[in-house]
Design a protein around this ligand. Structure first.
Ligand SMILES: [Zn+2]
Length: 254
């Protein structure tokens, strides 16, 4: 798995680079260049960091370490394998975005209101449907407009299933359709591309007065995932046309 998202050096928490925020801890770290998946793992239903230090932490350093962990606190659901995000074939910025989505730190209107970044008299209405408040679960899952996109993606894979209303439940559901680890990773990549594309469309509506067309989103998801998978999986030699027509057959080569 080729993920290189750096624990210390990239802003994957949405709170700035940890190297900058916790500089003393960064200096003490023996994993300065470690990728996230190299130093984090599931242990007994909990996500655990395995960072090594140049010497034992003492005094305030222990407190800083705790603070650093809180900066990155994940409300963990043992049923969700977060490693799949870092193992996916998506680019680093998309991985970081999906990670923030799992932590409910994407800047939806509801989250901005919670941080007082938008005024009380400003609307929280979902950019897609204008009917409900824009929470992560609504925007990415239960909104009728985004559901249309998910249905189009599932139809593309020849799958028909009920759609859960929560982001994490939808994430768990997706890799199930694949056989073997490589296929699961590719399917998670499609899942991530769908969230990413919905987010870009949402921004386009808010900032450029665009409109969401499920067919157009599907097209972008297909093109993005084809490029991403092709860039990282040498066995994936299918044309974009084949990928669009028979995605499951294309994944057989992985
Ligand atoms: Zn909506």
């Amino acid at each position: 798995m080729g993920d290189k998202t750096s624990f210390w050096l990239e802003d994957w928490t949405g709170l700035g680079r940890l190297e900058g925020r916790f500089h003393r801890m960064y200096n003490l770290s023996r994993n300065k260049y470690a990728a996230i998946h190299e130093i984090g793992e599931w242990r007994g239903g909990e996500w655990t960091w395995r960072l090594k230090w140049r010497r034992e932490l003492k005094g305030r350093e222990e407190l800083w370490w705790q603070e650093l962990l809180q900066a990155e606190e994940v409300e963990l659901d043992p049923g969700v394998d977060f490693r799949l995000i870092w193992a996916s074939l998506a680019p680093s910025n998309v991985k970081a975005f999906v990670w923030r989505l799992m932590l409910n730190r994407v800047q939806t209107k509801t989250n901005l209101r919670r941080r007082h970044a938008i005024r009380d008299d400003q609307s929280l209405a979902c950019a897609f449907c204008q009917h409900q408040d824009e929470t992560s679960d609504h925007l990415f899952c239960s909104c009728a407009v985004s559901m249309e996109t998910w249905r189009a993606v599932l139809r593309w894979f020849g799958v028909s299933t009920a759609l859960p209303a929560r982001v994490k439940a939808l994430f768990v559901q997706f890799p199930v359709f694949g056989r073997g680890n490589s296929q699961k990773v590719a399917l998670v990549t499609v899942w991530m591309a769908t969230c990413w594309s919905l987010w870009l469309f949402r921004n386009c509506i808010i900032f450029d007065h665009g409109a969401l067309d499920a067919g157009q989103v599907l097209d972008l998801i297909q093109v993005r995932t084809w490029h991403w998978i092709k860039a990282k999986q040498v066995n994936f030699r299918n044309s974009l046309y084949e990928w669009k027509m028979c995605p499951m057959a294309c994944l057989e080569s992985l």
